[in-house]
Design a protein around this ligand. Structure first.
Ligand SMILES: CC(C)(COP(=O)(O)OP(=O)(O)OC[C@H]1O[C@@H](n2cnc3c(N)ncnc32)[C@H](O)[C@@H]1OP(=O)(O)O)[C@@H](O)C(=O)NCCC(=O)NCCS
Length: 150
């Protein structure tokens, strides 16, 4: 699933680049669409991991966010969002500007976490992403267990 937008002057920061928060909002929207489409439920963002800006993004650039469901827990979904940036004034291919993993939680009609469908894995690459997602999921669970003990 992909969403795209050309960056506008009102999205710039004082340095003339695009404000990081604008891109993070697009990524969050993209992850939310993937999660909603998989669960067919309302969803909220519980966590964002490994968000790293690799390239600057300028006003007038085309930004495209690609969302891929990588792992599913019982009520949560792990989504890899990849952001590609293209300078529309140059005949050059788009480049990867940043990636991050979003954990989205499905909510029932009472706003409580609810179960989501399993994820069907078909390719080796999907299996690799699934295994990585599972490791992140288990590590977060462990960390949260320790928070509640403090
Ligand atoms: C995310 C939220 C619904 C979880 O509610 P909760 O009562 O703590 O839920 P539980 O502990 O029962 O966990 C429910 C699921 O969320 C996952 N989860 C909860 N907190 C999490 C966190 N910090 N990171 C990753 N996953 C989390 C759990 O692993 C579980 O998924 P699983 O069944 O696949 O294991 C709740 O913390 C919340 O509403 N947070 C605010 C979300 C929000 O408003 N986001 C937008 C910010 S502007």
């Amino acid at each position: 699933m992909s969403i795209g937008n050309m960056m506008q002057p009102d999205q710039a920061n004082v340095n003339g680049g695009v404000h990081g928060g604008e891109i993070m909002k697009m990524m969050d929207t993209c992850a939310g669409i993937v999660a909603r489409r998989h669960s067919r439920m309302s969803t909220v963002t519980a966590r964002v991991d490994e968000l790293e800006f690799l390239l600057p993004i300028r006003v007038g650039n085309l930004v495209t966010c690609h969302g891929q469901l990588t792992y599913v827990g019982k009520q949560s979904m792990d989504i890899l969002v990849t952001v590609m940036v293209e300078d529309l004034k140059k005949s050059e291919p788009s480049r990867m500007a940043l990636t991050a993993y979003f954990t989205m939680v499905a909510l029932d009609e009472n706003g409580l976490p609810t179960e989501v469908p399993r994820l069907i894995i078909e390719t080796e690459e999907e299996q690799r992403l699934y295994d990585e997602g599972e490791s992140r999921y288990k590590a977060h669970k462990e960390k949260r267990k320790n928070w509640t003990k403090d």
